[in-house]
Design a protein around this ligand. Structure first.
Ligand code: AP5
Length: 215
């Protein structure tokens, strides 16, 4: 199964991807996570991406398309879920082309919908584990012990782009450059809109029901 998961910053893409990959044994390919690993490794790509990410702008298409093509080529036969890619119509066209060249297709396009009004609170309250990548929220999804990852006991951190100022830029970028993708996919097939302003367990159940439904 090959899935594209769309949604604004903080809509819950990472949270739901974790559930989906556990249930369906898919590879989770998060463009944001890959970029953060490149930054931590101080690679050329990481250095080039840094200023764009810190300001809430998109990293240029040519860098991202190459990076994701490499990641997708390593996916297992069970498939993958793309989180944060594509993020521009140009990226989506390149993905379609590479899927067609490989004789494959995207099976599901899911779109997590949340109003801007609740996004800032979600993102500024997010804390994540630098070791295993688990995501928490200081109010909505607390770890068992304050500030510490449930999985491995590592101290949780806040992403540098999770400040109020950068969140405003990320939302602008989303509306201008990424939201048009929903129409792009709607013109080419089905897009499943899922309200993600509900309890994460309810969102998860809706997604599983959809993925389990016969084509
Ligand atoms: P990226 O890492 O992809 O960030 P994003 O899209 O802004 O998404 P987030 O990771 O912030 O949010 P999410 O939807 O995963 O939400 P989460 O589940 O964590 O990208 C970062 C940067 O990299 C970009 O700005 C750009 O510069 C660059 N980049 C990446 N991909 C690119 C591309 N393709 N092209 C160009 N540049 C690219 O949830 C958020 C919080 O809410 C958490 O605390 C969580 O616990 C909580 N939460 C989740 N669900 C619920 C719920 N249902 N109810 C209550 N709380 C919830």
């Amino acid at each position: 199964m090959r899935i594209v998961l769309l949604g604004a910053p903080g809509s819950g893409k990472g949270t739901q991807c974790k559930n989906i990959v556990e249930q369906y044994s898919l590879l989770h390919l998060s463009s944001g996570d890959i970029l953060r690993r490149e930054r931590a490794a101080k690679s050329d790509l990481g250095k080039k991406a840094q200023s764009y990410m810190d300001s809430g702008a998109l990293v240029p298409d040519d860098l991202i398309i190459k990076m994701m093509a490499k990641a997708i080529s390593k996916a297992p036969k069970e498939g993958f879920i793309l989180d944060g890619f594509p993020r521009t119509v140009n990226q989506a066209k390149e993905l379609d082309k590479s899927m067609a060249d490989a004789g494959q297709k995207i099976d599901f396009v899911l779109n997590l919908e949340v109003d801007d009004g609740i996004i800032e609170k979600r993102i500024t309250g997010r804390r994540s584990c630098p070791k295993c990548g688990a995501v928490y929220h200081i109010e909505n999804m607390k770890p068992k012990k304050d500030g510490v990852c449930d999985n491995d006991g590592t101290s949780l951190v806040q992403r540098p782009d999770d400040t109020s100022e950068v969140v405003a830029n990320r939302l602008n970028t989303y509306h201008q450059q990424t939201e048009p993708l929903v129409d792009y996919y709607k013109k080419n097939g089905d897009v499943y809109d899922i309200r993600s302003d509900r309890d994460p367990e309810i969102v998860k159940a809706d997604i599983f029901e959809l993925l389990d439904s016969p084509a």
